[in-house]
Design a protein. Structure first.
Length: 221
């Protein structure tokens, strides 16, 4: 009986194909090498950028509006590029503007903000000296904020004193002169506050009037 009659056919056995090792010209290998090289280059660049520093000015002591901004008031710190937005601050590798003054309070040890300095013409504040009777809270210091209140005295011995009224709010303290040494017991403390020009008439009139001007600290300032 022939093989055709039995209904079976002899087919050639499948031959297993061996995986060939990719050669140097294989596109997949070249693409993988390119990706590895790019990753290494990117990581190296990021590491160098993170370690790079730029000199930035730092304020030595608390600076109030109107104070001169010069080399004596500043020091220099090296700041990492990735740590802060350096566009907001004054870099120390460039000269300071001539005649620059502080436009707002900058605390000691703070990086000098570019927005905090300018010319004296842009400062619409004037220093006014306010004598204070009695003990002044330690919170009232240079850079702090205070309110000014006026308490009129009674016109006659039988009259009640007038009600206190607020003269100005959230004024910046430029300086505090506390009596020292032998004059500490009976001496008066003077608080120098920065008053906006439009509020000067009211403050100066109250200081010259028959009454008392009180300096009240603003909590948290």
């Amino acid at each position: 009986m022939s093989r055709l009659e039995t209904g079976t056919l002899d087919l050639p056995a499948p031959v297993a194909q061996r995986l060939r090792r990719p050669g140097w010209r294989d596109p997949r290998l070249l693409t993988g090498l390119a990706l590895v090289a790019a990753s290494v280059a990117l990581g190296s660049w990021a590491l160098r950028a993170a370690e790079r520093t730029v000199p930035v000015f730092v304020v030595r002591e608390t600076t109030v509006p109107g104070a001169a901004i010069d080399a004596a008031a500043l020091t220099v710190a090296d700041v990492r590029l990735g740590g802060v937005d350096l566009a907001r601050y004054v870099r120390a590798d460039a000269p300071l503007p001539a005649g620059a003054v502080a436009l707002r309070v900058v605390e000691a040890g703070e990086l000098l903000p570019a927005s905090a300095i300018g010319s004296a013409d842009a400062l619409a504040l004037r220093p006014v000296s306010v004598p204070v009777a009695g003990r002044l809270p330690e919170a009232v210091r240079s850079g702090a904020r205070v309110d000014l209140w006026f308490s009129p005295k009674a016109r006659a011995a039988d009259d009640a004193p007038g009600a206190p009224s607020q003269l100005a709010a959230a004024l910046t303290v430029a300086e505090v002169d506390r009596p020292q040494g032998a004059f500490a017991a009976g001496g008066a403390t003077t608080v120098h506050v920065l008053v906006p020009i439009e509020q000067l008439p009211d403050v100066l009139a109250a200081l010259a009037a028959n009454g008392r001007v009180d300096v009240v600290a603003v909590p948290g300032s």
